[in-house]
Design a binder for this molecule. Sequence first.
Ligand code: COA
Ligand code: ADP
Length: 589
Amino acid sequence: MASDGRPVEQDDSDPVMEDGRVYRNPTEVQMNQIVLPCHANHRQELSVGQLLKWMDSTACLSAERHAGCPCVTASVDDIHFEHTISVGQVLNIKAKVNRAFNSSMEVGIEVSCEDLYKNQYWKVCQAFATFVARSTGQEKIHLKQLAPGTHREQVEYSVAAERRRMRLRHVDLMKDLLSSAAFQTGVSVGVSDAEGQDEDREEEVPAERTRVESVELVLPTHANHQVNTFGGQIMAWMENVATIAASRLCHAHATLRTIDMFHFRGPSQVGDRIILKAIINNTFKNSSMEVGVCAEAYQGEEPLRHINSAFMMFEVLDEEGRPRPLPPIRPEPLHGRRRYKEAIARKKIRLDRKYIISCEQTEVPLSVPWDPSNQVYLSYNNVFALKMLAGRNSWILSSKKNNVGLYTLEENQTLCFRIESQVNVPAARAFLLLSDLSRRNEWDKNYKRSEMILQVDEDDLIYHVLTPSVTQGGKVQDFILLASRRPPCDTGDPYVVALRSVTLPTHPPTDDYNRGEVLCAGFTIYEVSESVSKISYYNQTNPGVLPYIATDIAGLSSSFCSTFLLCGQYLMENRTEPSVLSSSVTTPL
Ligand code: COA
Ligand code: ADP
């Protein structure tokens, strides 16, 4: 048992309790299925629709285990399918609730596959779905909080709040980007289109040739005991029409690679007729195509209700398993042309999202250029990285002076440090003061000047920071830092100020300064009592940062302590001043 009462975790293996039992999350649900011919397509591969149904029902059972009442699928984040699964193999699905919010919960789903005869295991995909608890009456349910049982669960719990923020902004973000003037003028439709066509490609195929429409009647087997249609069933029907549209283009089997994040806009019940429509929106040079699917419901004479729209990326493989080039699409006028352009924009956003979000912090290059279309993902990556760093359980106390602790952590060839102390300042006030980077030079001699150059949104700002040279007579260093400020999402959560380098075309490196880069840094601020907070500063060092702290870590100096004492003094002096932030900090989502 760890000193904080949690079970001990060793690497990736299941954590073990003091009495020798393996720890198990109380909301975890597992499903194991042997893939039979009735679950497969004509190529003897598990159909993705069936997989989505199993994933949704496992996740729903996990959500209901926590909520204690019926739950419905509200949304599913991007899913990337890494492998196909064959008849005879065993599918294992594990789902557990990462965090409960008000009436909604984030459920993490992991899918792996096992070949019983070859004794092999592999990962198929990972997904995050949001379920909403429904009461039988009109009132909104308020779910009980989840108590993370391990450090890993604590980290998942913490980053789930940031994923929720990204999810809830997704729809607006897509709308804004697709209608933005820059995007509209940057994409043209036709043979000369930069993304879609070149001279070697075959003749264009009219998009309407790929159009599919299909109807399904919702029967009791497609719904839960509250007669609500299972989200997984709707997804399976959507995948079915999308696969037909995709295969129509190339007269070959199309493999589904990615489903974009989507939202179930309204409920459906037994007796609904579900109309599913699909068409190819665009094909791309890398042999992939985007198929859009729309699901609508009606009963009797009622008008159609929009249930869901999803965008799926397919590719076609040749006999050797290599991606096969696809013919270009000629979109229909009006909506077809709009969707054709939007598919190009979604492709860029999808790549940003996959690249920035699914990579480890150390794999995302420091020089990621910031732009409005990847802002949400860079901010997510920023906060995620800091929360992951803070959530590590192998920090070692390196030295302590005047109640300021210096901790270090060595992992994957990188050295991280944490400086920690308590101050007699309310957490909200400390957050307000520390999240304003333009005042950091008032207490940190390593910040010569810090100027806000872009207010991205209420909680994210970009600063230009100047720091003294580490070598005598050397050039001043400068940094372009994205600062993401997050108030707590719930009691027990810390305030977070996450910092990472980005690049901005408006602020390229100049001869006057040495451009430095920050991998991951920032503050977490916990409320200890109404008037006391615990402040931790984190930094994942790189060769540029190490000289500032090396002598402290080696025990040769304690400048970390004097800097942090100055920080405490600054907070004390300003503890009652009116807000001086360069912009307001919003309340949590
Ligand atoms: N992704 C994740 N969660 C979302 C979301 C999205 N795109 N949109 C809303 N939510 C969450 C909200 O954050 C809120 O969570 P909270 O209570 O923990 O704060 C919760 O859903 C309810 O939001 P609210 O604003 O009260 O309701 P709404 O009018 O936005 O409705 C749904 C949200 C999901 C309940 C509604 O769209 C719905 O009923 N969808 C159909 C669900 C369904 O039946 N699915 C099965 C297949 S049809
Ligand atoms: P949008 O038109 O903004 O893409 P919709 O929700 O109307 O959003 O549709 C989602 C996707 O479903 C479309 O991009 C398109 O690919 C497909 N779709 C919509 N309507 C039809 C239709 N009548 N026939 C075939 N496919 C359709």
